[in-house]
Design a protein around this ligand. Structure first.
Ligand code: KIV
Length: 292
Protein backbone atom coordinates (compact mmCIF):
# COMPACT_ATOMS: atom_id res chain seq x y z
CA UNK A 1 0.00 0.00 0.00
CA UNK A 2 1.51 3.34 -1.01
CA UNK A 3 1.39 5.87 1.84
CA UNK A 4 0.29 9.48 1.39
CA UNK A 5 2.76 12.15 0.30
CA UNK A 6 4.25 14.08 3.22
CA UNK A 7 3.70 17.84 3.13
CA UNK A 8 4.81 20.72 5.35
CA UNK A 9 1.38 20.52 6.99
CA UNK A 10 1.94 16.81 7.76
CA UNK A 11 5.24 17.67 9.47
CA UNK A 12 3.59 20.42 11.52
CA UNK A 13 0.78 18.10 12.60
CA UNK A 14 3.15 15.34 13.67
CA UNK A 15 3.98 17.29 16.83
CA UNK A 16 0.33 17.32 17.97
CA UNK A 17 0.14 13.57 17.28
CA UNK A 18 3.30 13.00 19.32
CA UNK A 19 5.10 11.45 16.31
CA UNK A 20 8.83 12.05 16.11
CA UNK A 21 10.10 13.47 12.83
CA UNK A 22 12.91 11.65 11.01
CA UNK A 23 14.99 13.72 8.62
CA UNK A 24 18.25 13.28 6.72
CA UNK A 25 20.03 15.13 3.96
CA UNK A 26 20.19 13.82 0.40
CA UNK A 27 21.90 15.48 -2.52
CA UNK A 28 21.34 13.12 -5.46
CA UNK A 29 18.97 10.62 -7.08
CA UNK A 30 20.21 7.32 -5.58
CA UNK A 31 20.47 8.55 -2.00
CA UNK A 32 17.09 10.30 -2.28
CA UNK A 33 15.53 7.02 -3.44
CA UNK A 34 17.22 5.01 -0.68
CA UNK A 35 16.39 7.33 2.22
CA UNK A 36 12.82 7.62 0.98
CA UNK A 37 12.51 3.83 0.79
CA UNK A 38 13.85 3.78 4.36
CA UNK A 39 10.83 5.88 5.35
CA UNK A 40 12.21 9.30 6.33
CA UNK A 41 9.68 12.11 6.71
CA UNK A 42 11.75 15.03 5.44
CA UNK A 43 14.62 15.12 2.94
CA UNK A 44 16.80 18.20 3.27
CA UNK A 45 18.89 19.20 0.27
CA UNK A 46 21.17 21.00 2.70
CA UNK A 47 23.89 23.48 1.81
CA UNK A 48 26.10 21.04 3.74
CA UNK A 49 26.52 19.50 0.28
CA UNK A 50 29.15 22.22 -0.20
CA UNK A 51 31.48 20.43 2.22
CA UNK A 52 30.13 16.87 2.03
CA UNK A 53 30.06 16.25 -1.72
CA UNK A 54 31.68 19.29 -3.36
CA UNK A 55 34.75 19.47 -1.11
CA UNK A 56 34.49 23.15 -0.15
CA UNK A 57 36.00 24.28 3.18
CA UNK A 58 32.67 25.64 4.43
CA UNK A 59 29.10 26.16 3.22
CA UNK A 60 29.83 29.78 2.26
CA UNK A 61 30.96 29.22 -1.39
CA UNK A 62 28.08 27.04 -2.64
CA UNK A 63 25.92 28.84 -5.22
CA UNK A 64 22.23 28.75 -6.14
CA UNK A 65 23.19 27.08 -9.45
CA UNK A 66 24.98 24.26 -7.61
CA UNK A 67 22.12 23.86 -5.13
CA UNK A 68 19.51 23.75 -7.91
CA UNK A 69 21.45 21.04 -9.75
CA UNK A 70 21.21 18.83 -6.64
CA UNK A 71 17.59 19.74 -5.89
CA UNK A 72 16.62 18.57 -9.40
CA UNK A 73 18.43 15.25 -8.89
CA UNK A 74 16.66 14.62 -5.56
CA UNK A 75 13.26 15.55 -6.96
CA UNK A 76 13.67 13.05 -9.84
CA UNK A 77 13.49 10.30 -7.21
CA UNK A 78 9.86 11.40 -6.61
CA UNK A 79 10.14 11.00 -2.84
CA UNK A 80 7.15 10.50 -0.61
CA UNK A 81 9.09 12.53 1.98
CA UNK A 82 8.85 16.30 2.02
CA UNK A 83 11.73 17.82 0.00
CA UNK A 84 13.17 21.04 1.45
CA UNK A 85 15.89 23.06 -0.28
CA UNK A 86 18.40 25.10 1.71
CA UNK A 87 18.86 28.75 0.71
CA UNK A 88 22.65 29.14 0.44
CA UNK A 89 24.74 32.02 1.76
CA UNK A 90 24.07 35.33 -0.07
CA UNK A 91 20.88 34.04 -1.72
CA UNK A 92 18.53 35.72 0.79
CA UNK A 93 20.42 37.95 3.25
CA UNK A 94 20.43 41.13 1.13
CA UNK A 95 16.68 41.53 0.69
CA UNK A 96 13.23 39.92 0.95
CA UNK A 97 13.07 40.17 -2.85
CA UNK A 98 16.19 37.98 -3.18
CA UNK A 99 14.71 35.56 -0.68
CA UNK A 100 11.42 35.16 -2.59
CA UNK A 101 13.09 35.02 -6.01
CA UNK A 102 15.55 32.30 -4.98
CA UNK A 103 12.93 30.33 -3.04
CA UNK A 104 10.74 30.37 -6.15
CA UNK A 105 13.65 29.07 -8.26
CA UNK A 106 13.84 26.06 -5.94
CA UNK A 107 10.10 25.46 -6.09
CA UNK A 108 10.13 25.63 -9.90
CA UNK A 109 12.67 22.78 -9.77
CA UNK A 110 10.41 20.64 -7.59
CA UNK A 111 11.34 21.51 -3.99
CA UNK A 112 8.35 21.74 -1.68
CA UNK A 113 9.69 24.37 0.69
CA UNK A 114 12.89 26.14 1.73
CA UNK A 115 15.08 26.39 4.81
CA UNK A 116 16.96 29.49 5.80
CA UNK A 117 19.31 30.26 8.65
CA UNK A 118 18.69 33.03 11.15
CA UNK A 119 16.30 34.52 13.67
CA UNK A 120 14.62 37.91 14.03
CA UNK A 121 17.15 39.62 11.75
CA UNK A 122 15.81 37.63 8.76
CA UNK A 123 12.13 38.07 9.66
CA UNK A 124 11.45 40.37 6.66
CA UNK A 125 12.76 37.59 4.39
CA UNK A 126 10.67 34.91 6.17
CA UNK A 127 7.55 37.12 6.04
CA UNK A 128 8.02 37.62 2.31
CA UNK A 129 8.57 33.92 1.55
CA UNK A 130 5.58 32.86 3.66
CA UNK A 131 3.46 35.55 1.94
CA UNK A 132 4.43 33.92 -1.37
CA UNK A 133 2.86 30.66 -0.06
CA UNK A 134 6.20 28.88 0.15
CA UNK A 135 6.64 26.66 3.24
CA UNK A 136 9.60 27.75 5.36
CA UNK A 137 11.75 25.69 7.71
CA UNK A 138 13.64 27.88 10.20
CA UNK A 139 17.18 27.18 11.45
CA UNK A 140 18.61 28.53 14.73
CA UNK A 141 21.66 27.92 16.92
CA UNK A 142 24.92 26.88 15.30
CA UNK A 143 23.99 28.15 11.85
CA UNK A 144 27.02 27.24 9.69
CA UNK A 145 26.68 30.21 7.32
CA UNK A 146 27.65 32.39 10.32
CA UNK A 147 30.87 30.45 10.96
CA UNK A 148 33.05 33.54 10.57
CA UNK A 149 30.90 35.62 12.93
CA UNK A 150 30.95 32.76 15.49
CA UNK A 151 34.74 32.31 15.15
CA UNK A 152 34.37 28.60 14.35
CA UNK A 153 31.84 25.82 14.70
CA UNK A 154 30.99 26.26 18.39
CA UNK A 155 28.00 25.22 20.47
CA UNK A 156 25.73 28.29 20.70
CA UNK A 157 23.57 29.86 23.41
CA UNK A 158 25.23 28.22 26.41
CA UNK A 159 24.62 31.21 28.69
CA UNK A 160 21.23 32.48 29.88
CA UNK A 161 21.28 35.71 27.83
CA UNK A 162 21.94 34.05 24.45
CA UNK A 163 19.54 31.23 25.36
CA UNK A 164 16.74 33.74 25.97
CA UNK A 165 17.56 35.48 22.69
CA UNK A 166 17.34 32.16 20.85
CA UNK A 167 13.99 31.41 22.48
CA UNK A 168 12.71 34.85 21.37
CA UNK A 169 13.95 34.10 17.84
CA UNK A 170 12.09 30.77 17.84
CA UNK A 171 8.84 32.39 19.02
CA UNK A 172 9.18 35.12 16.36
CA UNK A 173 9.72 32.49 13.64
CA UNK A 174 6.65 30.59 14.81
CA UNK A 175 4.55 33.77 14.69
CA UNK A 176 5.87 34.44 11.18
CA UNK A 177 4.47 31.09 10.03
CA UNK A 178 7.42 28.70 9.64
CA UNK A 179 6.21 25.09 9.75
CA UNK A 180 9.13 23.80 11.87
CA UNK A 181 12.55 24.91 13.15
CA UNK A 182 15.91 23.14 12.97
CA UNK A 183 17.86 23.61 16.23
CA UNK A 184 21.56 22.98 15.72
CA UNK A 185 24.43 22.81 18.20
CA UNK A 186 22.76 24.10 21.37
CA UNK A 187 22.57 22.70 24.92
CA UNK A 188 20.02 19.94 25.47
CA UNK A 189 18.19 22.01 28.12
CA UNK A 190 17.64 24.83 25.66
CA UNK A 191 16.48 22.38 22.97
CA UNK A 192 13.89 21.11 25.46
CA UNK A 193 12.82 24.62 26.53
CA UNK A 194 12.30 25.80 22.94
CA UNK A 195 10.48 22.58 22.04
CA UNK A 196 8.04 22.98 24.94
CA UNK A 197 7.48 26.68 24.21
CA UNK A 198 6.46 26.14 20.57
CA UNK A 199 3.41 24.53 19.01
CA UNK A 200 5.35 23.87 15.78
CA UNK A 201 7.95 21.06 15.78
CA UNK A 202 11.65 21.42 16.45
CA UNK A 203 14.06 19.20 14.54
CA UNK A 204 17.32 18.83 16.41
CA UNK A 205 20.89 18.23 15.29
CA UNK A 206 23.10 18.34 18.34
CA UNK A 207 20.22 19.81 20.36
CA UNK A 208 19.25 16.87 22.57
CA UNK A 209 16.58 14.21 22.79
CA UNK A 210 13.64 16.43 23.67
CA UNK A 211 13.34 17.94 20.19
CA UNK A 212 10.31 16.77 18.20
CA UNK A 213 12.52 15.18 15.56
CA UNK A 214 16.14 14.65 14.58
CA UNK A 215 18.09 15.39 11.42
CA UNK A 216 21.55 14.15 10.45
CA UNK A 217 23.75 14.64 7.43
CA UNK A 218 23.36 11.31 5.61
CA UNK A 219 27.08 11.01 4.84
CA UNK A 220 27.90 11.31 8.57
CA UNK A 221 25.26 8.71 9.47
CA UNK A 222 26.56 6.15 6.92
CA UNK A 223 30.29 6.76 7.43
CA UNK A 224 30.96 8.47 4.10
CA UNK A 225 32.45 11.68 5.46
CA UNK A 226 36.00 12.61 6.39
CA UNK A 227 37.47 14.10 9.54
CA UNK A 228 36.46 13.81 13.17
CA UNK A 229 32.67 13.53 13.45
CA UNK A 230 30.83 15.96 15.74
CA UNK A 231 29.81 14.66 19.18
CA UNK A 232 26.16 14.21 18.15
CA UNK A 233 26.88 12.05 15.09
CA UNK A 234 26.02 8.37 15.41
CA UNK A 235 27.42 6.18 12.62
CA UNK A 236 25.02 3.45 11.52
CA UNK A 237 27.23 2.08 8.71
CA UNK A 238 30.77 2.29 7.34
CA UNK A 239 30.00 2.89 3.68
CA UNK A 240 33.30 4.70 3.10
CA UNK A 241 35.19 1.61 4.28
CA UNK A 242 32.93 -0.64 2.14
CA UNK A 243 33.74 1.45 -0.96
CA UNK A 244 37.49 1.34 -0.24
CA UNK A 245 37.42 -2.45 0.26
CA UNK A 246 35.31 -3.10 -2.85
CA UNK A 247 37.45 -0.95 -5.14
CA UNK A 248 40.68 -2.42 -3.71
CA UNK A 249 39.36 -5.93 -4.54
CA UNK A 250 38.41 -4.80 -8.06
CA UNK A 251 41.92 -3.40 -8.56
CA UNK A 252 43.52 -6.63 -7.35
CA UNK A 253 41.35 -8.71 -9.70
CA UNK A 254 42.12 -6.49 -12.71
CA UNK A 255 45.88 -6.52 -12.03
CA UNK A 256 45.92 -10.29 -11.51
CA UNK A 257 43.88 -10.99 -14.69
CA UNK A 258 40.95 -12.41 -12.68
CA UNK A 259 38.44 -9.88 -14.01
CA UNK A 260 36.44 -10.28 -16.22
CA UNK A 261 35.65 -14.01 -16.14
CA UNK A 262 34.06 -15.92 -19.03
CA UNK A 263 30.61 -15.33 -17.49
CA UNK A 264 31.29 -11.58 -17.43
CA UNK A 265 32.32 -11.53 -21.14
CA UNK A 266 30.23 -11.31 -24.33
CA UNK A 267 30.74 -13.88 -27.14
CA UNK A 268 30.64 -12.86 -30.80
CA UNK A 269 27.60 -13.91 -32.90
CA UNK A 270 28.15 -17.34 -34.58
CA UNK A 271 29.65 -17.07 -38.12
CA UNK A 272 26.78 -17.84 -40.57
CA UNK A 273 29.29 -18.95 -43.29
CA UNK A 274 30.88 -21.60 -41.08
CA UNK A 275 29.95 -25.28 -41.84
CA UNK A 276 27.37 -26.48 -39.33
CA UNK A 277 28.67 -29.03 -36.86
CA UNK A 278 27.71 -32.65 -37.69
CA UNK A 279 24.79 -33.95 -35.65
CA UNK A 280 26.05 -35.87 -32.66
CA UNK A 281 25.23 -39.58 -32.63
CA UNK A 282 23.49 -40.34 -29.35
CA UNK A 283 25.40 -42.82 -27.26
CA UNK A 284 23.75 -46.15 -26.48
CA UNK A 285 22.42 -46.10 -22.93
CA UNK A 286 24.52 -47.99 -20.46
CA UNK A 287 23.15 -51.37 -19.52
CA UNK A 288 21.63 -51.28 -16.10
CA UNK A 289 23.10 -53.74 -13.64
CA UNK A 290 19.71 -53.97 -11.97
CA UNK A 291 17.65 -56.94 -12.89
CA UNK A 292 13.97 -56.31 -12.97
O1 KIV B 1 22.87 21.93 5.42
C1 KIV B 1 22.46 21.04 6.16
O2 KIV B 1 22.61 19.85 5.90
C2 KIV B 1 21.77 21.44 7.37
C3 KIV B 1 21.41 20.38 8.35
C4 KIV B 1 22.61 19.84 8.99
C5 KIV B 1 20.41 20.85 9.33
O3 KIV B 1 21.51 22.59 7.56
Amino acid sequence: MSRAKITARTIREMKARGERIVSVTAYDYPTARLVDEAGVDLILVGDSLAMVVLGYESTIPVTMAEMMHHVRAVVRAQPRALVIADLPFASFQASPEDAVRNSARFLKRGAEGVKLEGGRRVLPQIDAIVAADIPVLGHLGLTPQSVHAFGGYRVQARGRGPAEALLEDALALERAGVFAIVLEGIPRELGAEVTHALSIPTIGIGAGLECDGQVLVLHDLIGLSFGKPARFVRRYAEVGEAIRTAVTSFGEDVRAGRYPSAEETYAAAPDPTATPPTAAVPEAPEKSSCKS
